[in-house]
Design a protein around this ligand. Structure first.
Ligand SMILES: C[S@@+](CC[C@H](N)C(=O)[O-])C[C@H]1O[C@@H](n2cnc3c(N)ncnc32)[C@H](O)[C@@H]1O
Length: 198
């Protein structure tokens, strides 16, 4: 059951460095910030990385001047992040669907949305909106192609993403990524969306 931390924890336990781990931040951190800063992301604002795994993206965002929380519900992910990076960022072992989280100014989502069972996507979008301050930004790196493999990760088309996000967000940017890690080239898109006022 991919909605339970035990599923992911077992993968960290069995594989040490699971297949999704790039041993460094995605090159798309830079592309995303180049997009989001002109769209209203404030330098230095507080930002959460859900499903942070071993924390590479969270630490990269910290180095770029944001106040970062790296969040994951798998204990071994958080332990691995702390072992690699110490307390450079705030690590939180928590379930993204908890209502007790936030608020943050922005979300940097890299392979967390696509890790969800597709039936949970609308609830995931609600959780993103819940955890953001009004006007906050959801930045997401999303697979539209998973090489035909059964998920997770589960591929999402850009049109599906638009429909899902528009329930709670105004879409500011939705386009193919051009600077992915070589193993992921041509298979990812970038979303920047602003939480609607409600
Ligand atoms: C495919 S891994 C990606 C990890 C990291 N983003 C990376 O790229 O290396 C997905 C991560 O999301 C976490 N995760 C899945 N569902 C979650 C939830 N409901 N709340 C918090 N973390 C979750 C898993 O424990 C796992 O570490």
């Amino acid at each position: 059951m991919t909605d339970h931390p035990d599923y992911w924890n077992r993968l960290y336990e069995e594989q040490g460095r699971p297949g999704w781990d790039m041993d460094g931040a995605t090159p798309l951190v830079r592309d995303m910030l180049d997009l989001a800063l002109p769209l209203g992301l404030r330098p230095g604002s507080d930002l959460v990385v859900p499903g942070c795994g071993y924390g590479h993206d969270a630490v990269e965002l910290d180095a770029r001047g944001f106040a970062v929380t790296g969040l994951d519900f798998a204990p071994l992910a958080i332990q691995g992040a702390m072992k690699r990076y110490g307390d450079r960022v705030a690590w939180s072992q928590a379930d993204w669907f908890s209502t007790q989280l936030g608020p943050w100014d922005a979300i940097f989502d890299h392979t967390c949305f696509v890790a969800m069972d597709p039936a949970r996507r609308p609830a995931y979008v609600d959780a993103c909106a819940h955890h953001l301050r009004p006007g906050g930004l959801w930045m997401a790196v999303v697979f539209h192609d998973v090489n035909g493999r059964p998920g997770p990760p589960h591929a999402v088309s850009m049109s599906e993403m638009r429909l899902l996000a528009e329930a709670r967000f105004e879409i500011l940017h939705l386009a193919h990524a051009t600077n992915s890690h070589p193993r992921r080239l041509g298979r990812e898109f970038l979303l920047v969306a602003r939480r609607r006022q409600d």
